[in-house]
Design a protein around this ligand. Structure first.
Ligand SMILES: NC(=O)c1ccc[n+]([C@@H]2O[C@H](COP(=O)([O-])OP(=O)(O)OC[C@H]3O[C@@H](n4cnc5c(N)ncnc54)[C@H](O)[C@@H]3O)[C@@H](O)[C@H]2O)c1
Length: 512
């Protein structure tokens, strides 16, 4: 990180002094700088002259005394509090009294570092993301001791460097990691509990939530040891058991399976790639749709696109292969499904779409529980990626082969299919709404403004949209409904919708 940050500063025209522990480490740092700027030259993004100038601005040294003239020092030594405190004590001794000292820590408390220095008012956090030359977000952290001028100077510098500063208080994980790691840990817990497979969870989050990669791919990329450390640091502050590292994550770390860097983590990176799943073929199914309203209309449009025949009159359901209850109303849906179950041919699959009413309840009320599965299309109503993902959930009462048949029929409608157990929120909603609830909690507490929270996730984590924008896009009423269902099922206090969300739903005003 140190080399990356030095490159950012030098590219911004600043004179940089890079300090390392010894000559070998210095050479490694020089190598990073040369390689990274060399890549930019090869890609035509930098001329050789510009590269020479950038490298010329970085003086490398093993002597801390060479920092005596610096206005700002950014520390990026390994993530150990005692080491950081030692480095800051040295900096205190050699740096000018008015110099601002910053730490690039990802998860340690900036305050914990600041209090052992002689200049706590001049200590800030500057959290760059990896790789620093590429990632646009920089979280700027003020402690209760930091003087506003020091924070303003650092934020202004970050802006001058072409990055987006997000200024926030000193809470473990700041914005991006705090929101990201709760979600990643929950995904690990989901895998551990047998709710769904690794591949299905990863596919669900890419195809259904539009994320650039699924949680297990991302954890393998970050490094499972880093994930464990960050979660431990966040948990130490929040004492929220959702941040207590999943036992599976810890086991992988203990076994030395740290992700890409060791060749194996959640995935075996040396193994041959799985073959692409065979696209279901066969005639488009005959689909019955129960209910009227936006959900039923959207599902009918999806069937039309796939060339499937749609039956929406109760009297016409006898030849349907798949009957989808899409009324959007639990009581009405139950009655419609019970009536349809009597009309349906043997072998027809009955699917309930609610992600908030337990599938098993609807299945039992239908009178044909063996033929019932849950079918959830997480983004059917909210994006133009509508229909990309179908989550199919079977209950303990679902008959053998019925979920397979449902998956095949959904495949024939052109959907990407994942499977899970019948639990509130299925996969996508169960993972994304707690994350959105956490973002709303940050907003409600005044920790960060909506733009900062959204920037943290889009610029820091590569999310296509930020959580506050997501809440308005997906609907805060839906968020509250799913969170209530998750809370009712798990009794996990942190899954209850935060007051800010329920207040906005009651008042009928968007969150932004
Ligand atoms: N790697 C990431 O993705 C990432 C992202 C954001 C922030 N960070 C944070 O940045 C910091 C550094 O992380 P990293 O991944 O670059 O670690 P790293 O281990 O790759 O690099 C740390 C460097 O610090 C040097 N060092 C050790 N003791 C030193 C000392 N006393 N004085 C000067 N240099 C010393 C080491 O020689 C090494 O080159 C950590 O606080 C980490 O949490 C890392």
């Amino acid at each position: 990180m140190g080399a990356g940050i030095a490159e950012v500063l030098a590219r911004g025209g600043l004179a940089v002094v890079g300090i390392e522990v010894n000559q070998d480490a210095l050479e490694r740092g020089r190598g990073h700088l040369e390689k990274s700027t060399g890549r930019a030259v090869k890609r035509g993004r930098l001329t050789e002259d510009a590269q020479r100038e950038i490298l010329g601005r970085v003086a490398l040294s093993t002597d801390f005394a060479d920092l005596a003239d610096c206005d700002l020092v950014i520390e990026a030594v390994p993530e150990r509090l005692e080491l950081k405190r030692k480095v800051f004590a040295t900096l205190d001794g050699v740096c000018r009294a008015d110099a601002v000292l910053a730490t690039n820590t990802s998860s340690l408390s900036v305050t914990d570092i600041a209090v052992t220095t002689n200049r706590p008012t001049k200590i800030v956090g500057v959290h760059f993301f990896n790789p620093a030359p590429v990632m646009k977000l920089v979280e700027v952290i003020r402690t209760v001791l930091t003087e506003p001028a020091a924070v303003d100077r650092v934020a202004a510098l970050v802006k001058d460097l072409g990055k987006t500063p997000v200024t926030i208080g000193d809470r473990a994980g700041f914005v991006a990691n705090r929101l990201l790691f709760g979600y990643l840990n929950q995904a690990a817990g989901m895998l551990e509990s047998g709710h769904a497979t690794r591949d299905d969870i990863d596919s669900a989050m890419t195809a259904g939530a539009g994320l650039p990669m699924g949680p297990f791919t991302l954890m393998d990329l970050i490094g499972l040891d880093t994930c464990l450390e960050v979660l431990e640091a966040i948990h130490a502050e929040t004492r929220d058991r959702r941040h207590a590292p999943s036992p599976l994550l810890r086991e992988l770390v203990t076994a030395g399976l740290l992700g890409r860097k060791t060749g194996r983590g959640f995935y075996d990176h040396g193994a041959p790639k799985d073959e692409a799943p065979v696209q279901a073929d066969g005639p488009a199914p005959v689909v019955g749709i129960l209910g009227t309203g936006a959900l039923a209309d959207a599902f009918a449009a999806l069937c039309d696109r796939a060339g499937a025949q749609v039956r929406d009159a109760a009297a016409d359901l006898a030849d349907c292969d798949l009957i989808v209850e899409a009324s959007g109303d639990a009581d009405a849906g139950r009655e419609l499904l019970a009536a349809a179950a009597q009309a349906a041919k043997p072998g027809a699959v009955l699917a309930v779409t609610s992600a908030t009413v337990p599938v098993a309840e609807a299945a039992m009320a239908s009178g044909r529980p063996a033929d019932v599965v849950g079918l959830h299309l997480p983004d059917l109503l909210s994006t133009d990626r509508a229909g990309a993902l179908a989550e199919i959930a079977e209950t303990v009462a679902t008959g053998p082969g019925v979920a397979d048949r449902a998956a095949e029929l959904a495949g024939r409608l052109g959907l990407t299919v994942v499977r899970c157990r019948a639990r509130a929120g299925f996969i996508v909603d169960a993972l994304r709404f707690p994350y959105l609830n956490d973002a709303a909690a940050m907003l409600g507490a005044g920790y960060a403004d909506p733009d900062s929270i959204d920037a943290a996730m889009t610029l820091g984590c590569g999310y296509p949209t930020g959580p506050i924008a997501d809440l308005d896009r997906l609907g805060i009423d839906r968020a509250v409904a799913v969170l209530r269902a998750l809370h009712a099922e798990t009794r996990e206090p942190a899954l209850a919708p935060v007051p800010l969300l329920t207040e906005h739903v009651t008042a009928g005003v968007p969150i932004r």
